[in-house]
Design a protein around this ligand. Structure first.
Ligand SMILES: [Zn+2]
Ligand SMILES: [Zn+2]
Length: 373
């Protein structure tokens, strides 16, 4: 600063940073990464420069610090930002679900339901950070709950969350915004801009979201006629959702659920909002009236015990229900079909100029239910 109180480029580095320190109180449910962005902007610095000054050499923006912040880094951030260590931890995602550190074994389970942001250096390749345009318009704060895979709407405004810039469709990356994180880092458009579309699907989505929020809010969750511990319910629900997802296309009666076939083997945290909404709605239906709906779904979709693997970590009450499923399905192929498969394989092994024509002819006949060969 010169004698006239101006700060300019000619000021030598090494300014006492403590003179710059002031305290900004985190907002309710604010996400740590976006708090740091807000803090940096308040000091007129880019988020990268701000963290480089206070925590030189510590990797921040090429990590998902909201879900993986370690205790030593948390302590340093607290000191740097004039906050209590508890305040920093209260902005992380593991704190949102009641864990002290990301090293907690059950945190891995929850992470499968935290939307992936697709860290690639300092870029984000996935659309895991959602936001409510109306909340963001009212207050420049990103909420922790917006990262949850089973959060689709804003309960306050009754609108679906967005996950990209309304103008250019780029993923939201507040840490790349130089001045204002409520604007798209790429095209500069206001994230809250554009038309906020009201949808008739909001009430259903909000109800699904409300029921799923029990997984982070309640200590006990009602299941059928009993209550079970939250960790047990979560463990069972994660397993059931995986199996349900893999069997969604097993029966025509399940095709009404809007989950494309290529999403079957992707993890929930990588899926888009319509697929996640369909899956969590279906999960709640399957878990409802436990175990009647679960057994009915399993029977319709042809789910056997094999689908659940070794079930080492699954709670006992779920193990007992899975044990009621058939150990394996009987082979669906009869003698004629088995002969037909052998015939086609023989054709393929023998090869020759007519191989493909003969195989096509056999397949055409088989499609009409004729297995002669
Ligand atoms: Zn809102
Ligand atoms: Zn944009």
């Amino acid at each position: 600063m010169d004698t006239r109180g101006r700060v300019g480029r000619d000021i030598p580095p090494g300014v006492d940073q403590n003179q710059w320190q002031f305290r900004i109180v985190p907002a309710n449910d604010e996400l740590l990464s976006t708090y740091l962005v807000r803090r940096a902007h308040c000091q007129g610095l880019s988020p990268h420069r701000f963290m480089e000054r206070g925590l030189p050499g510590v990797q921040i923006w090429n990590r998902d610090i909201d879900s993986s912040l370690s205790a030593p880094v948390s302590a340093r951030i607290a000191q740097y930002c004039n906050l209590a260590e508890q305040d920093v931890k209260a902005m992380t995602l593991y704190d949102l679900v009641g864990f002290d550190s990301p090293a907690s074994p059950d945190w891995l389970l929850y992470q499968s339901w935290i939307n992936a942001v697709g860290i690639y250096h300092r870029l984000r390749r996935r659309f895991g950070l959602q936001y409510c345009p109306l909340c963001l318009q009212a207050q420049p704060v990103f909420q922790r709950a917006w990262r949850l895979a089973f959060v689709f709407c804003c309960p306050e405004h009754g609108v679906f969350l967005r996950n990209c810039c309304p103008s250019c469709g780029t993923a939201v990356m507040p840490h790349r915004a130089r001045i204002d994180m409520t604007r798209c880092w790429k095209c500069g458009a206001l994230l809250s801009g554009g038309t906020v579309v009201e949808s008739t699907a909001v009430p259903v989505a909000l109800e699904t979201q409300r029921l799923m929020m029990r997984c982070i809010e309640d200590d006990e969750i009602s299941l059928g006629s009993t209550n079970v511990a939250r960790s047990e319910y979560l463990c069972a629900a994660v397993t059931v959702l995986r199996v349900v997802k893999e069997h969604m296309h097993s029966h025509p009666s399940l095709w009404s659920f809007d989950v494309p076939i290529d999403a079957v083997h992707a993890q929930v945290k990588f899926l888009g909002m319509p697929e996640r909404l369909s899956l969590f709605t279906m999960l709640l239906e399957v878990m409802d009236d436990w175990p009647a709906n679960f057994l009915h779904f399993s029977s319709v979709a042809g789910i056997t015990q094999i689908a659940f693997g070794r079930r080492r970590n699954v709670p006992q009450w779920m193990n007992e229900v899975v044990a009621q499923l058939p150990a394996r399905l009987r082979s669906r192929t009869g003698a004629m079909e088995a002969n037909f498969v052998r015939y086609v394989r023989r054709l393929e092994n023998e090869g020759g100029t007519k191989c493909r024509a003969l195989r096509a002819q056999a397949l055409m006949l088989a499609a009409k239910g004729k297995y002669g060969n």
